[in-house]
Design a protein around this ligand. Structure first.
Ligand code: C2E
Ligand code: MG
Ligand code: MG
Ligand code: MG
Length: 280
């Protein structure tokens, strides 16, 4: 490790530090090559309407098809890509791929459903990001309603100045905006009223303890607020029928989770879309 550090400015050693630093350099180089070679794939996890449980849309979830190492989970490289700033270039690949899939589905005459794409606050550092995305959607001939952006509540609130005006731009253009991992951050109810969003995604940590009554009370409160503000509210991480029935009873409008659908390869997601002409 010390050798790999040679040449870098004098760094005071701290336990675990040299491994961390060289580890970051290593992943930075690997990510640079992966972005260059476009080694990323999107899986699509279905979302369902509460009650009818009809397919309502998908969330795109990135995976790194790393040569010789299989598919790497986003939890293992998104944080690194954020630290190095490479998330910006990666984010472009992800959005292009999701929009490309939507376009292909539409051209095949399938009954397309909205796709939500996760974005990092760093992507909004470029103040032209929202305009770029709107133009990309238009250039592909897609209705803007088919594309939704997910940003974590925490990320949006800690980068408010740059993020909120651009979310407003996406809204104005007709795109959906979801607050991800809702309930883990600290946006006030006052602020929520003024945010340019269309959807709250209730974090799995609020769904997990159901049907425990105190957890149910919190979920119910979030659903009441969402309904009053005209927002849809998605329960994430629904793993049991008991949780599904409970979030439906408490007023969530949509469900997502392993019970109803794991993240799927693009071909499997496509297979869930019936031809538009057969739609009843
Ligand atoms: P997230 O946006 O909150 O996505 C939900 C995560 O929960 C996904 O993990 C999904 O596979 C997992 N999940 C879904 N249903 C269940 C369930 O019933 N039980 C459990 N235990 N887990 C469930 P994944 O795919 O590993 O993604 C993790 C996180 O990585 C995402 O959290 C998101 O923050 C980030 N991420 C994923 N794709 C992208 C991307 O394209 N761009 C950016 N910036 N971040 C991404
Ligand atoms: Mg998400
Ligand atoms: Mg989430
Ligand atoms: Mg989450």
């Amino acid at each position: 490790q010390a050798k790999q550090q040679a040449g870098a400015a004098a760094v005071t050693f701290q336990p675990g530090m040299s491994a961390g630093a060289s580890g970051l350099l290593e992943i930075e180089q690997a990510l640079a090559a992966a972005i260059e070679n476009e080694e990323f794939q999107l899986d699509y996890q279905p979302k369902f309407a509460a009650g009818t449980r009809h397919l309502a849309g998908f969330e795109a979830l990135v995976r790194w098809q790393r040569p010789g190492q299989g598919r790497v989970s986003p939890a293992d490289f998104i944080p690194a890509a954020e630290r190095t700033g490479q998330i910006v270039a990666l984010g472009v690949l992800i959005l292009r791929q999701a929009i490309g899939h939507l376009r292909a589905w539409q051209q095949q005459g399938l009954a397309v459903r909205p796709v939500a794409v996760n974005v990092s606050p760093l992507q909004f550092e470029d103040l032209g990001f929202a305009d770029w995305l709107v133009a990309l959607v238009h250039a592909h001939g897609l209705a803007p309603e088919l594309v939704e952006v997910e940003i974590t509540e925490t990320a949006a609130m800690t980068h408010m100045e740059r993020v909120l005006p651009q979310l407003a731009r996406l809204r104005e253009a007709g795109m959906g905006v979801a607050f991800d991992d809702f309930g883990t951050g600290q946006s006030s109810l006052t602020l929520l009223r003024r945010l340019p969003i269309t959807t709250l995604k209730l974090d799995r940590s609020m769904v997990d303890p159901l049907p425990e009554p105190s957890a149910g009370a919190v979920v119910r409160a979030a659903c009441v607020v969402a309904e009053a503000l005209g927002l849809t509210i998605v329960a994430e991480g629904v793993e049991t029928e008991e949780q599904a029935a409970e979030v439906e009873r408490l007023g969530c409008t949509h469900l997502q989770g392993w019970l109803l659908g794991r993240p799927l390869r693009v071909e499997a997601a496509e297979a869930l879309l019936t031809p538009a002409s057969l739609k009843v």
